[in-house]
Ligand binder design. Structure first.
Ligand SMILES: [Zn+2]
Length: 363
């Protein structure tokens, strides 16, 4: 049975479609902001919905460390906890374990790392990652993979992580099925397997083949946005574009600039997540017409009566908050400025998605 329903196409590989989660249908292409610790920073769920966002991403690693999945589960899961009623995707925790924990030790069993605050040793295995994501109550969960950085990485290390990622995927599938026992198809979350392989295009193709041969609901492309150039990112997306299984949704982890997103969507990606739009916004950087970045604290906006982008339908622009007002609020450290800029940036990205959805040729 096909989970993903294609309703239109654009370009050689782009597609417009939809798929069902247990908390509603997701229409694609779509962008998912990161609600890293359970909240999209400085925004209420209502404000996030208002930008056209359908799905938010929660970070398993951060919620596991603080406040811990037992507390979140006891309070009804991430939806009740953060008052977000739409679909939620959790990542596997792997990215943070490997990127934030310097003392991580990888064995075939899993990863041991030091709690960054308390210093106690923690252990995450593929099975534990599945259990944490189930306890959090996410609607889409991601298999635990072995991420490696791009710097000083030998092809031997890449191959080692590549092979381990697929062995761990098998363990994730087994544990996922065990945790889903007793749930109907409509009640259970969806599992995404992760494609790795660094910048080696042959390994990437092989990884996609292995993930698509496994019993996963969706395909996640991992190990990018870790310091590679845009040309390297694009080469991976180009290599994979002709090879995707049309019946499953495809999720690109950690990508969120307008130009990267457009390239991804035009190469068959359905959904992507990134902290960039809201992080940039809190630092007074917003996107405007033509994907141009402007810095709202610049002196040139001191008396500028115009909104960030005239004609933009986001709350900040439509309500007429001027660049002069925003500049002033940033200058005096008023958090409202970051919230308004975040609303604009999220709307900027969801409008890119909507343009594809409106302009597709029925193919
Ligand atoms: Zn706007």
């Amino acid at each position: 049975m096909s989970l993903f329903k294609t309703v239109g196409k654009f370009g050689a590989y782009g597609r417009v479609g939809e798929f069902k989660t247990r908390r509603g249908t997701v229409v694609t292409p779509t962008f998912m902001p990161d609600a890293t610790r359970g909240a999209v920073k400085s925004l209420t769920p209502e404000q996030v919905y208002g930008t056209g966002v359908q799905v938010v991403l929660n970070n398993t690693y951060h919620l596991h460390l603080q406040p811990g999945e037992a507390i979140v589960e006891g309070l009804g899961g991430v939806h009740d906890f953060g008052r977000w009623s739409g679909p939620i995707l959790t990542d596997s925790g792997g990215f943070q374990v490997f990127s934030l924990s310097k003392l991580s030790k990888v064995t075939e069993e899993g990863v041991t790392f030091k709690h960054p605050v308390t210093g106690e040793m923690r252990h995450i295995t593929p099975e534990i990652s599945m259990q944490i994501q189930f306890a959090l109550g996410a609607d889409m969960i991601v298999a635990f993979d072995h991420l490696i950085g791009l710097g000083e990485v030998t092809s031997e290390q890449t191959l080692d992580a590549f092979e381990r990622t697929h062995r761990w995927l098998e363990r994730c599938v087994v544990e996922f099925k065990r945790l889903c026992a007793g749930m109907s198809e409509a009640e259970r979350p969806l599992l995404f397997g992760v494609v790795q392989g660094g910048l080696d295009l042959d390994l990437r193709r092989k990884s996609l083949e292995i993930v698509q041969a496994s019993e996963v609901d969706g395909i996640a492309i991992g190990g990018l946005s870790v310091g590679e150039t845009q040309a390297e990112l694009f080469a991976v997306l180009e290599a994979l574009a002709p090879l995707y299984d049309p019946t499953r949704p495809r999720f690109l982890l950690g990508v969120g600039t307008p130009s990267d997103l457009k390239f991804a969507y035009e190469h068959g990606i359905d959904m992507a997540d990134c902290v960039l739009p809201t992080r940039n916004a809190r630092h007074a950087t917003v996107w405007t017409t033509g994907d141009e970045k402007i810095h709202l604290t610049n002196a040139q906006f001191n008396e500028d009566p115009e909104p960030i982008e005239p004609g933009c339908d986001c709350y900040a622009c439509a309500e007429g908050f001027s660049k002069a007002f925003l500049r002033h609020q940033f200058k005096v450290g008023e958090p409202l400025a970051g919230s308004l800029a975040s609303i604009h940036n999220l709307r900027y990205l969801t409008r890119i998605c909507e343009a594809y959805r409106l302009n597709e040729s029925n193919g």
